[in-house]
Design a binder for this molecule. Structure first.
Ligand code: DGL
Length: 266
């Protein structure tokens, strides 16, 4: 038994979709969430900057005495997970490997599409990870930078979002993909639009779910599950914005107040 909380962080609010999956899988755990809302987006920044920010994010979570850290951000998972694992002596879970494993399991025709931020696509992390599970798979990647602001605007079912999706994804459909990885934590908010754009023959992989399952297995195997009371989650941000409230309610179906912290101090 280990009753310390699980730390989850993201560049902002997208990680709340991962948090929702973790809460579903591990309802008795307490979550401490940090969203770096002052410095979002990470997806357009260099590896060096993303890694520096991520180090501070983890240091903040460690100050809350967490027992494990979930990187609920594809950009950080793609660019910085090795550096974070080297720096911190705590179990760290990224979203890329579980998502890649699931994509490799799901595809039947070995044509997999990956949509993500520019930073995630540039890193090549999904392509490498998917090919590690099955080197015969062809991976077709597409950066979709407009999806993050559209998701944050709440235009989940707007005509503009459908047109944008069409423009980004049609090239992948031409490659006859049968599986597409939602390689950014904002994209599950656009799931309906993406699903309808790719059509019924393409399976969607949400790495958030796979990550929550991997975390659950690890905590169980290492006798680190929480016992006793459930919940008591805490949310922290580096800037108070309306977006947090909106996405928090959409992802978690509950209102949580976020506390403001100065991430530069960590
Ligand atoms: N959370 C980021 C990701 O999953 C998307 C937002 C950003 O660019 O910071 O890559």
């Amino acid at each position: 038994m280990d009753n310390r909380p699980i730390g989850i962080f993201d560049s902002g609010v997208g990680g709340l979709t991962v948090t929702s999956r973790v809460i579903n899988e591990l309802p008795c755990e307490k979550i401490v969430y940090f969203g770096d809302t002052a410095r979002v987006p990470y997806g357009s920044k260099s590896k060096k900057t993303v890694t520096k920010f991520a180090m501070q994010d983890v240091r903040f979570l460690l100050s809350k005495n967490v027992k494990a850290v979930v990187i609920a951000c594809n950009t950080v998972s793609s660019n910085s997970i090795e550096d974070l694992k080297k720096e911190f002596d705590i179990p760290i879970f990224g979203v890329v490997e579980p998502g890649a494993k699931q994509a490799a399991n799901v595809t039947k025709n070995t044509n997999v599409g990956v949509i993500a931020t520019a930073g995630t696509i540039r890193s090549g992390a999904y392509e490498r990870a998917i090919k590690q599970f099955n080197s015969n798979i062809s991976v077709y990647s597409k950066a979709c930078p407009l999806f993050v602001p559209l998701a944050e605007e709440g235009w989940w079912n707007d005509k503009i979002t459908y047109l944008t999706a069409q423009k980004y994804i049609s090239g992948l459909i031409d490659k006859k993909i049968d599986t597409i990885v939602l390689g950014c934590t904002h994209y599950p908010l656009l799931r309906k639009c993406i699903e309808e754009t790719v059509g019924p023959d393409v399976s969607l992989v949400d790495p958030a779910y796979e990550t929550a399952v991997a975390l659950k297995k690890y905590l169980f195997k290492n006798n680190m599950l929480r016992e006793g009371q459930c919940g008591g989650h805490e949310f922290y941000v580096s800037d108070i914005t309306e977006t947090f409230e909106k996405i928090c309610f959409e992802a978690l179906k509950q209102k949580y107040d976020a506390k403001l912290i100065n991430i530069e101090e960590y």
